[in-house]
Design a binder for this molecule. Sequence first.
Ligand SMILES: C[S@@+](CC[C@H](N)C(=O)[O-])C[C@H]1O[C@@H](n2cnc3c(N)ncnc32)[C@H](O)[C@@H]1O
Length: 490
Amino acid sequence: MGAGATDASAPSNDAARWGRLLQWLKDIHGMDTGPDGLLVECKQVEGAGRGLFASKRCLPSTTLFTIPAKALINVHTLKRVYPTERCKLSATQMISLHLLLHRPEGDRDSFDPLFGPYISTLPRDFASHPLSWLLERKLATVSIPQAQLLDLLSPSVSASLSTLENRFWEDWRVVCNYLKENLSVFTSSSREGLREERLASPDHELMKDFLWAWLNVNTRCIYYRMRPRPKSDPDNMTLCPILDFANHHWEHTQILPIIDSDIWAVPPGRKVGDDFQFLSTADCVIEEGQELFLQYGHHSNRTLMTEYGFVNRVSAETMASGQFSGEVDVQDIVEALFFHRNGSLRDLLRTVLEDEGYWGDWTLHSSPLPAHPSYRLISALRLYHALEDWHATELDDSEPTDVINKWRDVVNGQAMLISDSNETQWRGTVLDICESVGERARRGLQQCEEVKPENVGWWRWAVGNIGCLWREELEVAQAVGHSIRAGEEF
Ligand SMILES: C[S@@+](CC[C@H](N)C(=O)[O-])C[C@H]1O[C@@H](n2cnc3c(N)ncnc32)[C@H](O)[C@@H]1O
């Protein structure tokens, strides 16, 4: 059950909307939606909303479908509607704004004259997404059930969620200012009741509509080359009908978006911002009825949970075999460790680590085997122990420059280690960290067992996702602890 599965609409509504989407793509945009042009169909998937399935057997590198450029929702197709002379909008802001202005009311379809049949197929709510829980809690005047779920999250997932929340508020702020500057845009909405006054004071309903729009953008947009340089331009993204029904798989991807890797390498006859073609992968035949996955990226489960609202569910065996790379972020534990040290030592440590780019992103990993602490974590702990030793023996006028230079030599690959005792120290600290992670993961799992059930369809699924995150923390910590005890070199 993911976004879309919390959709109150019946599957028959989904089928009718899918039919109207295809009709629109064919009639208005000239897409080939016949049996040779569209080799996929949409179906319900247990635990993941809807998904894309092969409607017939496909040989490797077959064109699955091609979406006409005009049917994509991105800064190109929206630029005529949203003037940006006075106020610039990012792609996320512009696409979210468009969805906000044309959100379907209740179970009805969207009245957007440009993309109505497409917008009508989007998930109708995101109640199972953690960002929705966070904002609901913020707005509530009494305790709400979702608060239990937020309290169950690990510190690292909560920290990622709060970063996501900041991005959301910043986009909402920019969009509100934009609308105040461009009132005609607001009143051009195809929705009833979006009157000017609603912008004047904080309107929680409007903000929630924006959250719906923003989460659609965050969970459904795909990289699409529109700006030639740089490749990483944040505007290089689009909402793409049909493709956005594809679910993620951590291991397989059967759908290959044709993205120009370089502007100069665009095949003859193709332009940046052209129709969007999707092939089946080159390495296997796809059987009729098979679900087609799209790997969203090599994201950790923490990132999938906060950005997309779901996790990869993998067995302990898959994790232990090294096939799946489990990850734990231990920033809060390491920061607490540093924080309890003498003030000047703590400040020095932070300054050096920040200056050298080694502050934060400290993680443990189950693969590649042996399970290991990240190099960033090892480096931070090497410096921590070296400075601690220096501090313990410090003469009144001594400077830590030698210690820091020794550490720099290791980081730059000019020396293997600071000292044998330093190696023993950081390895011992990693072991302590693994034990702390393991202990709190066991508590987290216990709390997941005890959480009060709620009468909403996605509740058990969401608690299950949080449980998976805790299990991953436990298994990764145990595996890294085992590596340390076994004397593995990293
Ligand atoms: C691009 S949409 C995919 C289509 C979506 N399932 C739907 O019903 O519209 C991305 C969303 O699908 C769900 N999803 C994708 N892959 C999933 C998976 N492997 N397990 C559970 N949910 C998944 C998540 O809710 C995610 O935010």
